[in-house]
Structure formats: C-alpha cells, structure tokens
Design a protein around this ligand. Structure first.
Ligand code: HXC
Length: 513
C-alpha cells in the first residue's frame, strides 16, 4: 500500500520537473534562456535544493481557469546552499502560464521571503513572467501587494537579490525594485511599467520594447539595474559572487578570506598627473588598493563619474566609493548622488565598512542639474553618510572642493579617519574660480590684470592647494604618501573593528527623496 503512495508521490514529482511541457521548454531554450529549474540547479551547490510548496494550486475559476493545471503554480520556491551558506530562492516559470503570478503563487513567494527572514538567510528572486495573472483580477494584485510588503519589511534584514531573466512587466517590476540589487540580462530582460503599446496609445511616442525596457537602458540610463550579465547563466554566477561579499543577515558580518597583509604600493606614488587638470583612471587606484582581483563594481553602467563597488582589503569586505576624474573630472551630478547614497546605505545595512577615495571638483554645474533637484539629490549623500554607523575611512587624493568635499564624507560627516595625499587640495572652490570672485575688483583695477590674476592664483594655491592648511586645523588626521594608502586603510579598519556608535532615539528620519 505504502509502495503505491510512494510511487504516486514519485510520479507527481517527475511531472513537476516537466514544467509547462516539452514544447514550451524548447521555446524557452530557443530564446537562449534556461528554464526555472535549471536556473535553481545552477544557483545551488551541486544543483541540490529543497523545494517549498511544490503542490500549491490556484483556486481561480474564471475564464476557464478551473480546468487549468499550472505546475508549481508557475513559480519554483526553494532553499539550499550557495557556496556552503543557506540561501532561499524563487524562480518564475515562464513555461507555465507565462510565469504569471496569481494569489497562490504570490503566497509561495511571500512564504519563501518570510522563511528566509526567519532563518536569517538571503533570498534570490528570479523574475521571468507576465506579472499579475490577468484572469485572477484583484486576487493577483493583492498577491503582489503582499510580495511588496514582504520585500519592504525585510529590506535591510536579509540580502534580497533580483535577477530579471525575462519579462518583468507592469507593477510586478516593483518587487525587484524593492530588493537590494537588480541584475539584468542582456537581450533577455524586459522591465517596464507601461509597455510600448500603452505609451503609443497615450502619448503617441513610438519605441521598441528593447529600447524601452531592455538591459542596457536599466543599466545605463534609468538606474534600475545595478549589474548586467551577458546571459542568465552568468547572471546566476554573478549572484553567487555578490553573495560572497554579503553577510547572511544584518546581525552578522560578511565572511573574510585569507589575504596577504597590506604593504607599500610604490605605483601609487606615480599615479596622479602633475597637472591638476589632467585626468587619470581611479579604477587603477582601486585595483591597487584592493586585494588582487577582488573589486566588484556596483552600478558600473550608471553615473560613471562616480564609482561604487565591493572589494576586500586584507581579506575583509569593504565598500569603495570613489570619484572618477576621467569622467566630467569626477564632479557629482544627480545620478552620481543617487548612486553613492544608495551604496552607502547598502553597506551600512550589511555591516560593510566604507572607504572613500576622493578627487572631486564639486557638483556638476548646469540648469538641468538645478531644475532636476541636485540640492535634494546631493543632500541624500550627506544624509546617507551622516546616518551610516559602519567604519568610514576617507582618502583625499587630489581635489576636494566645496560641498562635494563634505558630501564625499569629510570628518564632519562622520568619517572616522581622513587621510590626505600630499597632492590634496581642500578648498571652497578651485583657484581660478575663487580668484575671479574674491579679487574681481583688484584684478580689474590693476595695470596688468592678467599678471595680478596669476599672482593671486599662485597665492591662493599656496594657501589652499595643499593639505597642510586642513591638517593644521585637524580636518584631516594625517598626510600620507600615496604608496602608504593601503597600509593606512587596513590599520584604520582594524582599529575600527570594535567601533561603537550611538543612535539618537527617534521614530524615523527623513532622508530627502
Ligand atoms: C495571465 C499571462 C500573463 C498574465 C502572459 N500570460 N502574461 N497569463 N496573466 N499577466 C500567458 C499568455 O497568455 C500565454 O499563455 C503565455 O503566458 C505566454 O505569453 P505570450 O504572450 O505568448 O508570450 P510572449 O509573446 O513571449 O510575451 C510575454 C509578455 C506578454 C511580454 C509577458 O505575455 C505580456 O505582455 N503579458 C502581459 C503583461 C502585463 O501587462 N501584465 C500585467 C502587469 S500589471 P498561453 O497559454 O496562450 O501560452 C502587474 C501588476 C502587479 O503585474 C501589481 C501592481 C500593483
């Protein structure tokens, strides 16, 4: 008797593996996509996972749905290990009802997120579906409401990583948007709130689905995606790499790896061009300071005038925030401000110390920037650094001008250590601009205005275009040789391992949004 029951269970299990059937799986593969189960097999160690709720069924009776059996309700929920660490995941099955999410599928996803939070383990969401199941009407909308609620509730509790491995249309896109990180897949991801047809009908604009919601647009323009992968297979591998930089939950620390002790890096002494207007590539500095091959750029395609990413220093995970002098001289615009503020908050949520590499001439001037609210966006950076209690170490390499000097985490904004290279220039603005304002009348009245202007520039440069004035006031903790940078950062991080921080009691602060 029991044999029959076991045989029946085995049959049901085998059936589930077929997903939406041979034909639909072939179609999925023909699009260059893995299916929902293959993706999970790739994610979990040895392809092994425990499935959650495989036998859940929808209870919709409208539009012929009462006769429609949807395997696993169109979403495979699972728990397993990734690099030996417990991880939860849900994977939408496009071959079953187009991966659409109804009342019961949503319940499965919410249950997975809640179990992950209870276990204190990350959750990975693989999105590949048509969004809210149309036949289920408000039941499907309510389902998504519960998903959004769970995403928001556990934000900052456990890492939540979303992969857009197919369509993710309509309001459904708000679930990945509420997760910590979004990975898009080249030529495969399609993410928008209102699709091309709706836009055409309402505004008359014509645009293809790829141009509107493809991987590139979210990676480089909208800022909705933090990572881009060439295939869904590589997106899953990227998830595993990202998880290696994150702790299991907010109460734990990221795992350290073994690495050689920090040492002098002679190349850094020659990295900054003599001419302060000459650009250089800040990524060269980052790759020298970080343990070899550990820098993983976050938001690489968005606001390239700023750089954010995870790295390791002496094996310990750090978040790097830097200006990029080779793009707009590294000045901060609206997008860079959003990018940095978000990354700082992400690091703070997951106990990742922040290292700031500063070479910033200021906020980007422009009518668009002012109209777009650069004040409000720039304020996010100040807020994010001010509220971050993780260790914060700032290195001023060259320019640190005006509000941008403060917004990149100066001493006042809570940097625990600030070190400056001898090339550092810390001032309200650059010499030329400053002299033109302060000595305007004197220059105009002089016999040789250009000579007077140059003399004033030289005077200003001597006073402020060195770190010694700031050091004399204690705004920086020390002036260091560039080659000593990694040693100073590593020491600072060791000192700060037991950092104490106190929060002012209040209900909720109001970060400018
Ligand atoms: C029910 C759906 C569905 C949906 C797709 N399907 N989306 N079923 N509800 N939302 C079904 C199709 O009927 C089809 O079933 C199968 O999935 C495959 O879909 P196709 O259209 O044949 O595939 P394709 O041409 O690749 O196009 C995929 C697609 C398109 C781009 C996702 O189906 C589409 O635009 N779907 C609707 C997207 C949408 O507007 N969703 C609602 C979003 S609002 P058969 O059986 O014929 O193969 C939303 C709100 C969330 O999500 C909550 C907000 C608050």
């Amino acid at each position: 008797m029991i044999e029959n029951l076991i045989a029946e269970l085995e049959r049901k299990r085998e059936k589930l593996k077929e997903l939406g059937g041979e034909d639909r799986r072939k179609k999925q593969h023909d699009k260059g996509k893995l299916d929902a189960r293959e993706r999970l097999e790739l994610l979990f160690d040895d392809g092994i996972f425990m499935e959650l709720d495989p036998f859940v069924k929808h209870r919709c009776v409208f539009f012929g749905m009462d006769k429609k059996d949807i395997p696993a309700e169109g979403v495979i929920c699972a728990v397993g290990t990734v690099n030996g660490r417990v991880t939860f995941a849900f994977s939408q099955d496009f071959t079953s009802a187009g991966g659409s999410v109804g009342e019961m599928g949503a319940k499965k996803m919410v249950k997975t997120i809640e179990l992950a939070a209870r276990a204190g383990a990350p959750v990975v969401g693989i999105n590949d579906g048509g969004g809210a199941r149309i036949q289920e009407g408000v039941d499907a909308l309510s389902g998504y409401g519960h998903i959004f609620m769970a995403n928001a509730k556990y934000s900052g509790v456990i890492p939540q990583i979303a992969v857009i491995a197919g369509p993710c249309a309509g309001g459904a896109a708000y679930s990945p948007a509420l997760m910590d990180m979004v990975i898009v897949v080249d030529k495969i991801s399609q993410m928008f709130i209102t699709g091309p047809q709706v836009i055409k009908a309402v505004t008359g604009e014509t645009i293809s689905a790829e141009e509107l919601g493809g991987a590139d647009v979210h990676f480089t323009v909208s800022g909705n995606a933090h990572f881009k992968a060439p295939t869904d297979k590589e997106a899953i591998n990227l998830v595993k790499l990202i998880l290696s930089y994150l702790p299991q939950n907010w109460k734990t620390l990221p795992q350290s790896s073994t690495a050689p002790s920090a040492d002098i890096i002679p190349e850094l002494d020659k990295i900054i061009p003599i001419d302060p207007k000459q650009p250089y590539n800040m990524k060269d500095v980052i790759n020298l300071v970080a343990d070899s091959n550990t820098f993983l750029e976050f938001y690489a395609g968005f606001a390239p005038n700023a750089i954010t990413g995870f790295a390791r220093i002496e094996g310990k995970v750090v978040g790097i925030v830097a200006n990029q002098p080779s793009v707009w001289a590294g000045s901060l615009d609206i997008n860079a401000a959003d990018k940095i503020s978000y990354f700082v908050r992400l690091c703070n949520a997951y106990n990742i110390p922040i290292v700031n590499l500063i070479d910033v001439p200021g906020f980007l001037p422009g009518v668009n920037q002012e109209f777009g609210g650069i004040i409000r966006h720039g304020a996010k950076m100040l807020y994010a650094y001010a509220e971050a209690t993780v260790p914060k170490v700032s290195i001023i390499l060259r320019k640190a001008y005006g509000g941008a000097y403060l917004a990149m985490c100066s001493k006042e904004m809570g940097a625990d250590f600030v070190f400056a290279w001898p090339t550092a220039e810390i001032a309200v603005m650059g010499p030329e601009g400053a002299v033109n304002i302060v000595f305007k009348k004197e220059i105009a009245a002089s016999d040789d205005p250009e000579k007077t202007r140059q003399a004033k520039i030289a005077e200003y440069r001597e006073k402020f275009s060195t770190p010694y004035f700031a050091a004399s006031r204690g705004y920086i903790d020390n002036i260091i040789k560039p080659s000593e940078t990694k040693v100073y950062i590593a020491n600072a991080l060791k000192i700060l391992e037991t950092k104490m921080s106190e929060k002012i009691k209040k209900k909720a602060g109001l970060i400018p949004l």
